[in-house]
Design a protein around this ligand. Structure first.
Ligand code: PAF
Length: 282
């Protein structure tokens, strides 16, 4: 496995593969890999000739009061895992290699990025879209693989790739969960042991709503209340940032679960913000 920090070398490497007629898959990450990331790598490995993993804690997608400085990092361990999962090239740049001092161009999909996580993290998706576009420009992958835990991110990147004709197939992969149901996330390490024990209540709340929908309750106000009261009961110190019923692609609010509807939630456990979602089946 090659490890590169220089964007120009990454570009050259990928260009050589393309001239050899090889297909390239890209898995963009911020590192501190967990089993969810590894499942993305395994999928990507199985569908392309060459696999590129990017590990970059992208500063432009963090707000001023967010966890950029304390975001968990462990590059040596990430590289070991990457090699074991068949990565051909790991790209781990420094921030100043990715952004020129006079960087002035931004990619944004405000229609999809203003609500849900975008409402409490202004500018977040602009940072994500910009760095992902840069990675696509460097690697020019045939496909790029993202997790469905960040459903809004995935929907935005899909739309961006379509609207800008980026020529990349965007692949979404199912949420990877701990045995007790908590969605895997690098930020789970921030949880205290007590919070970690209670956190699966988020997933249970989603499952409860799914059950209610199957039993014929389709009104999102009542379903939303059901989710919120479950959390209030099971997760003592929690605060629901949002629990939104939206169209899975347009991310527009829905009044009724009459067709596939995404229930997307963000919940604060003290200072840790966890997200999860479920695609409700009627
Ligand atoms: O999902 C993430 O880890 C990041 O938002 C991404 C897509 C790697 C962009 O920095």
């Amino acid at each position: 496995m090659d490890v590169l920090a220089d964007p120009t070398l990454l570009k050259q490497h990928c260009q050589t593969w393309r001239t050899q007629g090889l297909t390239i898959a890209l898995v963009p990450t911020m590192g501190f890999l967990h089993a969810g990331h590894l499942s993305l790598l395994d999928h990507a490995r199985s569908v392309a000739d060459r696999l590129v993993l990017s590990i970059f804690v992208n500063p432009t997608q963090f707000g001023p009061n967010e966890d950029l400085d304390r975001y968990p990092r462990d590059l040596p361990r990430d590289l070991e895992l990457a090699a074991a999962h068949g990565v051909d090239l790991a790209f781990a740049p420094e921030a100043d290699a990715m952004y020129h001092p006079d960087h002035a161009t931004w990619v944004d999909v405000p229609e999809l990025g203003a609500g849900l996580c975008g409402a409490s993290r202004p500018g977040h998706f602009r940072g994500v879209c910009t760095v992902v576009t840069k990675l696509f420009g460097l690697v020019r992958p045939d496909l790029a693989v993202f997790g469905q835990k960040d459903w809004q991110q995935l929907a935005i990147i899909r739309r961006m790739a379509r609207d800008l004709e980026l020529g990349v197939e965007i692949v979404g992969r199912p949420i990877f969960r701990e045995p007790d149901g908590l969605a895997m996330s690098s930020r789970n390490v921030y949880l205290t042991p007590e919070e970690r024990e209670e956190a699966p209540a988020i997933r249970q709340g989603l499952a409860l709503v799914q059950e209610a929908v199957r039993s014929g309750e389709l009104d999102v106000t009542r379903l939303g209340l059901m989710f919120r009261s479950h959390l209030a009961e099971k997760l003592s110190g929690s605060r629901v940032d949002y629990a939104a019923f939206v169209h899975p692609e347009a991310l527009s609010p829905k009044a009724c679960v009459d067709a596939p509807t995404l229930l997307a939630v963000a919940v604060f456990l003290s200072r840790v913000r966890l997200i999860d979602n479920i695609l409700l089946e009627v």
